[in-house]
Design a protein around this ligand. Structure first.
Ligand code: HPA
Length: 278
């Protein structure tokens, strides 16, 4: 049966293969705060999203959109510099297309990063939180529609979305680097408005520690394709209603930028350690 989502993915994959000869083991998605990570890498190849026909490109002004290929230590990595969000108006299948594409390129591990609002009262702006589990129920599943058997099962198990061994590697790495690391559950809402205080209370009651507008749907698609997944949120602010400050995108971005050096260090060393297990 014809499946438009699958065919688009395959068209994109064909374009990438024609342009790039590089086999990544790890796929890294850069969230706010880590945006310039790739600029410090030894770049071996890059591919602008615009060069891939039909590929979703960010509508946010100033957001770079490209795949960067290179090595972190010895580990071949594809970096997604710039992701698209559901709130930009793309279908959820388009939002996760880049993730599926990086899996087809050969990546076995997906390393997700983002900026998020802290919902847990023990958190502070500037904390890093390793994601141990997620709630994606507030955004549509990217697996809705005819199942693409070539990619994965109709009813994928979700018991260990965030791989336990990778969690242990990140935990150990943070300890070695003396970087404090919180842990918790990430909940994805659609955005683009920040949450109301009542919604933040709802998130907390549901068991979330952090709230954001990305990531969980990407993990659903990656889990479908049996990638090993790990993720770290930069808690750029406490969520609405938890302080007497209103939320401002610029301040959220600045807070994420301040932790960036530590965040970069943790991600780099973690990828090197993860590479030893592949
Ligand atoms: N809510 C949702 N997404 C976010 C936040 C927030 O408070 N901060 C950064 N991304």
């Amino acid at each position: 049966m014809e499946n438009a989502v699958y065919e688009k993915l395959m068209r994109c994959y064909k374009t990438v293969k024609e342009k790039i000869d590089f086999q990544p083991k790890v796929a890294l998605v850069l969230g706010s705060g880590l945006g310039d990570y790739a600029d410090r890498m030894e770049i071996e190849a890059e591919l602008d999203y615009h060069e891939i026909d039909g590929f979703p490109v960010s509508t946010i002004p100033g957001h770079k959109g490209r795949f960067v290929f290179g090595h972190v230590g010895e580990v071949p990595v594809v970096v997604m510099q710039g992701r698209v969000h559901y709130y930009e108006g793309y279908s959820i299948q388009d939002v996760v297309l880049p993730i599926r594409l990086m899996r087809l390129m050969g990546a076995e591990v997906l390393f997700l990063t983002n900026a998020a609002g802290g919902v847990n009262f023990d958190f502070h702006a500037g904390d890093l939180m390793m994601i141990t589990d997620q709630i994606s129920s507030f955004v549509p599943s990217p697996l809705i529609g005819p199942n693409m058997e070539e990619l994965g099962a109709r009813f994928p198990d979700m018991s260990d979305v965030y791989d336990r061994e990778l969690q242990e590697v990140i935990r150990r790495t943070a300890k070695e680097l003396d970087i404090p690391l919180q842990e918790g559950v990430y909940l994805q809402l659609t955005g683009p408005a920040y949450e109301s205080p009542a919604e933040v209370r709802m998130c907390r009651i549901l068991g979330a520690d952090a709230v954001g507008m990305s990531t969980a749907c990407e993990a659903v698609a990656a889990n479908h394709m049996k990638m090993k997944i790990c993720g770290i949120s930069c808690i750029s602010n406490l969520a609405c209603g938890m302080t007497d400050q209103p939320l401002d995108h610029k301040e959220v971005q600045e807070a994420a930028d301040r932790v960036a050096p530590l965040f970069r260090k943790l991600v780099t060393k973690s990828i090197q350690e993860i590479g030893k297990q592949l």
